[in-house]
Design a protein around this ligand. Structure first.
Ligand SMILES: NC(=O)C1=CN([C@@H]2O[C@H](COP(=O)(O)OP(=O)(O)OC[C@H]3O[C@@H](n4cnc5c(N)ncnc54)[C@H](OP(=O)(O)O)[C@@H]3O)[C@@H](O)[C@H]2O)C=CC1
Ligand SMILES: O=C1OC[C@@H](O)[C@H](O)[C@H]1O
Length: 396
């Protein structure tokens, strides 16, 4: 009963965030590129409870769509029509751009936003390729602007707790990581941008990017090679993976953050989990599990731990000893989503404070390198680079 009350209370506060007690007189002003589905939960709602941020404008390719989004979310300015994205970038009342466009447009509009002197929060995965990601971060550095890839799960206390357990040595030497992200069949339509190769579509891009990121984070290092990678191809779109499974090798000596010799990570990204017995829809499958020589930890629902999650741990004092089991939960601040934690860190960084958690451009570049490598191993090859002509950093 208590947990049902907690669940309802959490979700109520997520969708009805309390206004900040002492709002800033000159908050950071966000502009959103595209009336994207993800924008309300990932930015609009989190901003409402932050004392130092406001959403000032939205831009959409269609004026009516921009107006409707702005009205619904109480955003003062709505740019619409073919030149709308650039108009938002040129608006001197915008300090920070949120880029939730399809993956294949992340590079173009992040480079344009940086050229316009704006900080950028770009949705995951950063771009189509590692090379585009490298250019984006080089340009941000040159312009002395902050660019962050929105791996919101990293900022949540549940993820932090799992990292702490792995690094504490409680599980012994880590030997295996499994990260699975699967969405039941029927949710992602053929018309979704996730299914369009030219827009950076594919399951490894959309869901697999989390798996690559999580495995690298918990291993405390980058992989050394792709051992295997296999893609199931969309029946109509031969360059788009409906599902990809990849196994990565990690090696090196284990220090407090280094990975174990012989550690492997198996990553599963699936857009269309089949119905059980052909008719019973499955629940989304989203978890990470780390096994070591003395135990295992599993975090269920790491992309959405604020809705519901558990951390189950089994460990023994010595290898082969009796296993003790326990379950933990880490909801953190009441009503704070992964996105609210992410916003806190991003704004801390912009304001020159030390965020509780942070990752830099190198992390995002490396993540994209391993996504490229996995696609190469499947035979599909990396996603196509953007053809847009965009401003470039001086030193490329
Ligand atoms: N952090 C997270 O939890 C999540 C992140 N994402 C990421 O956010 C991004 C967007 O995802 P999502 O919100 O689901 O996608 P949507 O399709 O809802 O939004 C994408 C937006 O891109 C704009 N757009 C511009 N050009 C095109 C084009 N050629 N085709 C389609 N759309 C176009 C549209 O804006 P307009 O209004 O101008 O027409 C649209 O609103 C992706 O990068 C995805 O990986 C997605 C879901 C969850
Ligand atoms: O970022 C995401 O997280 C949840 C998924 O359902 C979605 O496809 C993806 O874009």
């Amino acid at each position: 009963m208590a947990s049902l009350y907690g669940f309802v209370q959490r979700l109520y506060l997520v969708f009805n965030p309390p206004a900040p007690k002492a709002p800033s007189e000159s908050p950071l002003r966000f502009g959103i590129l595209g009336a994207a589905n993800i924008a309300p939960i990932a930015l609009v709602l989190p901003v409402k409870s932050h004392p130092d941020a406001v959403v000032k404008a939205v831009a959409a390719r269609d004026q009516k769509r921009a107006d409707a989004f702005a009205k619904k979310h109480e955003i003062p300015k709505a740019y619409g029509g073919p030149g709308a994205y650039q108009k938002l970038l040129d608006d001197p009342e915008i300090d920070v751009v949120y880029n939730p466009l399809p993956n294949g447009l992340h590079y173009e509009w992040t480079m344009k936003a940086l050229a316009a002197g704006k900080h950028v929060l770009v949705e995951k995965p950063s771009a189509d390729t590692a090379e585009e990601t490298r250019r984006m971060f080089a340009f941000a550095q040159e312009k002395r602007l902050t660019l962050m890839e929105a791996f919101h799960y990293r900022f949540h206390p549940a993820t932090g707790r799992v990292k702490e357990i792995v690094d504490s040595g409680e599980l012994g030497t880590p030997t295996k990581i499994e990260v699975t992200l699967g969405i039941p069949s029927g949710f992602i339509k053929d018309t979704d941008c996730r299914m369009e190769y030219g827009l950076g579509g594919g399951a490894m891009m959309d869901l697999g990017c989390y798996a690559v990121s999580m495995s690298r984070y918990l291993a405390g290092a980058d992989p050394t090679k792709v051992i295997s990678a296999k893609a199931d191809i969309h029946p109509k779109y031969p360059q788009v993976d409906i599902a990809t499974t990849a196994t990565l090798a990690f090696s090196g000596s284990r220090g407090s953050t280094g990975p174990a010799e012989g550690l492997t990570a198996t990553l599963n990204a699936h857009f269309r989990l089949p119905a059980r017995w052909g008719f019973l829809p499955q629940l989304p499958k989203m978890f990470v599990r780390v096994s070591g020589t003395r135990g295992t930890v599993e975090l269920y629902n790491f992309p959405g731990p604020w809705i519901y999650h558990y951390i189950s741990v089994e460990s023994s004092e010595q290898e082969g000893g009796p296993l003790r089991k326990r379950t933990e939960k880490r909801y953190g601040n009441l009503g704070w989503t992964t996105y609210r934690y992410q916003l806190e860190a991003f704004i801390d960084k912009l304001r020159g404070r030390n965020p509780e958690h942070w990752y830099d451009g190198q992390d995002s570049i490396a993540n994209m390198q391993w996504i490229d490598a996995i696609y190469t191993e499947t035979g599909l090859g990396p996603r196509p680079a953007s053809m847009a002509e965009v401003p470039q950093p001086t030193a490329t």
